[in-house]
Design a protein around this ligand. Structure first.
Ligand code: PGA
Ligand code: ZN
Length: 416
């Protein structure tokens, strides 16, 4: 029997991809030492678990330091001696210690890295791949490599340009293997760079927070036309589709949406329907602001494509139940740091499945080199992941892990 008892938990401050501090947790158990780092969002939902951080000069602030010290003092004492394979016990113990509904006492950025590191410790002490440990927790046995939704044009809060919608993704749908799919994505990404450079000038092909290009576009059509040209030039017409994360809470002013011009919610429904009809859009995330369950439902009913809830749901069981009752979406965006423990994130995914929704595992705009979510998507067998552009280390860390998992374990890619 392997020794799986946690002998030590420590945390430290490290940097995320935006150069902001975040938390890394290290767990020593049964002679192995593993670690995990938490990411951080920019267009965060109102109902996310609380990340202890500071605005402005964050390195001088106390939030992340507080999260680190919460791990090193309170959490470490509690988790030491526990069996790292008992994920639910560890997560529940941390939730009890925190005692709030939104993890504002200890911080989701203190609890989550320990939760993730515990799963890694279970994998390492039992010589089991991490994705299988996650499969064991969730009850899933059908492992697959997810279809990547790659964000190649960045707008909204991730770019600071006039383009108000946040993410324009390319989705490789007709490929046998992940390796072929991600190759097609990267060739399209490079074609796009050339086209943007020619049309808008070289500096317009600089990149935003998730590694996608950030030309100063005025509206979604301009972005979609660029994507269509790039796909055609790269030779993948017919095998790459498009997806949008509007992140609409960020351009809602309380009565109207400012997306190139002002739209009321009903007008925005029609605008989306037009976009879907004229371009090959297969998935639309956060088309309305985060409290408008009804407009989501209206679009879901009329559009008949995948409608994804991110800020609307915040990986939160209560909000997912509301969206199920109101038929607001048919896909859950799964972000572990929105809820703060692996156990709760997996419960959210299972609730979505039970109601015949899809699940898309997602990165944050402030990411790290930790590839955990690649194993999470494979372990849940959810079939979809978004991890930004096929460029920049914090994004490719996940795609590269998927290349490894496909090759090492002979896993098949999911269809879309
Ligand atoms: P965020 O963006 O990490 O800044 O929230 C990602 C998303 O909205 O999906
Ligand atoms: Zn989103």
């Amino acid at each position: 029997m392997p020794d799986c008892r946690v002998s030590k938990v420590i945390a430290r401050e490290v940097l995320d991809s935006r150069g902001n501090p975040t938390v890394e947790a290290v767990i020593v158990a049964g002679g192995v030492c593993v670690s995990a780092i938490v990411p951080s969002g920019a267009s965060t939902g109102r109902h996310e678990a609380v990340e202890l951080r500071d605005g402005g000069k964050r390195f001088l602030g106390k939030g992340v330091k507080k999260a680190v010290s919460n791990v090193n003092s309170v959490i470490a004492k509690k988790v030491a001696g526990m069996d790292c394979r008992q994920q639910a016990d560890i997560d529940n113990a941390m939730m009890r210690l925190d005692s709030t509904l939104n993890k504002s006492q200890l911080g989701a950025n203190a609890i989550l890295p320990v939760s993730m590191a515990a799963a890694r410790a279970a994998a390492a002490t039992t010589s089991t791949p991490l994705y299988r440990i996650i499969g064991g927790m969730s009850g899933n046995k059908k492992f697959s490599i997810p279809v990547p939704f790659c964000n190649v044009i960045n707008g909204g809060k991730h770019a600071g340009t006039s383009l108000r919608m946040q993410e324009f993704m390319i989705v490789p749908v007709k490929f046998r293997t992940f390796k072929e799919a991600i190759t097609a994505v990267s060739e399209t990404y490079h074609a796009l760079k050339g086209i943007i450079g020619k049309v808008y000038g070289k500096s317009s092909a600089n990149v935003g927070d998730e590694g996608g290009f950030a030309p100063d576009l005025n509206n979604a059509e301009q972005a979609l036309i660029l994507l269509e040209k790039a796909v055609e030039q790269a030779g993948y017409k017919g095998s790459i589709r498009f997806a949008i994360d509007a992140a609409a809470s960020e351009f809602y002013n309380g009565s109207h949406y400012d997306a190139g011009r002002l739209y009321r919610a009903e007008e925005l429904v029609d605008y989306y329907l037009d976009l879907i009809r004229s371009h090959k859009i297969v998935s639309l995330e956060d088309p309305f602001e985060q409290e408008d369950f009804d407009s989501f439902a209206e679009l879901r009913r009329k559009a008949k494509i995948q409608i994804v809830g991110d800020d609307l749901l915040c990986t939160n069981i209560g909000r997912i139940k509301t969206a199920i009752a109101k038929k607001s979406c048919n896909c859950l965006l799964l972000k572990v740091n929105q809820i703060g423990t692996l156990t709760e994130a997996i419960a959210a995914a299972n609730l979505a499945y039970k109601n015949r929704w899809k699940v898309m595992v997602s990165n944050r705009s402030g990411e790290t080199e930790d590839s955990f979510i690649a194993d999470l998507a494979v372990g849940l067998g959810c079939g979809q992941i978004k991890s930004g552009a096929p460029a920049r280390g914090e994004r490719t860390a996940k795609y590269n892990q998927l290349i490894r998992l496909e090759e090492d374990f002979g896993l098949r890619m999911a269809g879309f």
